[in-house]
Design a binder for this molecule. Structure first.
Ligand SMILES: C[S@@+](CC[C@H](N)C(=O)[O-])C[C@H]1O[C@@H](n2cnc3c(N)ncnc32)[C@H](O)[C@@H]1O
Length: 245
């Protein structure tokens, strides 16, 4: 009688759940399908045009416009005592408005964005002439090393296919011990919808944390707009980071 052949056990296949398959299918792939300079130029035109105009309405619909004040307050990302504050990728000035309100009267406030039209929208939205605006790309910033002691970067990093060049620039211009409030789209169902609407990528929280550490930024504390956002994984990744001393 022939000896029976024992076949090796097949390697366990990790089954993707239906929800994660739908999530993946929904997510925009544009950032991975073209070289970064082309994708960046597409994003610039996207925000220069109708999409940029709509950020004011979408901010109201998602609640982000009002919720911005929840993270930019003394008990959350505290700006008191900061001397030079930057709004990185300021868009229509949603965060600038709160920075100007909460910062010390003698603090310098600067803001940049890739899109000149978004900068114009920010200038119209933020009263007074306290903010120093400049058009710039997050991966090549026109500021000296260690210039800022606080940076707010809201919903911009998802427009970089690789976050490292942007995070390294933010680390470079942050003074040692300086703090960064980073807000970005998470790899959740809500995040996938955001990704498909705004042609951006999403981030996995643990992976982003490792990349931040790699770029010299320590994950200090995670923030949430409300308890409900925390419970239902809504509102994206909001984290306060520190540049090592
Ligand atoms: C979703 S909006 C967020 C704007 C603002 N931070 C806020 O929270 O309302 C994204 C902004 O990032 C800007 N942006 C995208 N890629 C950028 C880059 N590589 N450098 C600078 N700004 C960029 C866009 O022009 C747009 O104004």
């Amino acid at each position: 009688m022939e000896p029976q052949q024992t076949l090796p056990e097949p390697a366990p296949v990790k089954k993707a759940s239906l929800a994660s398959t739908i999530q993946k299918a929904l997510e925009s792939k544009r950032h991975s399908k073209q070289p970064f300079p082309e994708y960046r130029s597409f994003i610039q035109h996207h925000y220069d045009g109708l999409a940029g105009k709509l950020t004011a309405v979408s901010g109201l619909l998602t609640g982000h416009a009002l919720l911005a004040g929840q993270v930019l307050k003394d008990t959350a990302f505290d700006l008191r005592g900061c001397k030079r504050i930057l709004d990185a990728g300021c868009g229509n000035g949603r965060h600038c408005k709160y920075i100007v309100k909460r910062a010390d009267p003698n603090a310098l406030v600067a803001a940049f964005d890739l899109s000149q039209r978004m900068l114009n929208r920010a200038r119209r939205r933020v009263r007074g002439n306290r903010v120093h605006y400049v058009a710039a790309d997050l991966t090549r910033l026109p500021y000296p090393d260690g210039f800022f002691d606080a940076i707010v970067c809201g919903w911009v990093l998802e427009h970089l296919p690789d976050p490292r060049p942007g995070l390294k620039e933010l680390t470079r211009i942050l003074q040692p011990g300086g703090k960064l409030l980073l807000m970005t789209t998470e790899d959740t169902f809500a995040g996938a919808m955001t990704s498909s609407l705004w042609h951006c990528r999403t981030y996995n929280r643990q992976e982003l944390r490792a990349v931040c550490e790699e770029c010299g930024l320590t994950w200090n504390r995670q923030l949430y707009f409300t308890h409900l956002h925390r419970l239902f994984r809504l509102g994206g990744i909001i984290v306060e980071l520190r540049r090592a001393l």
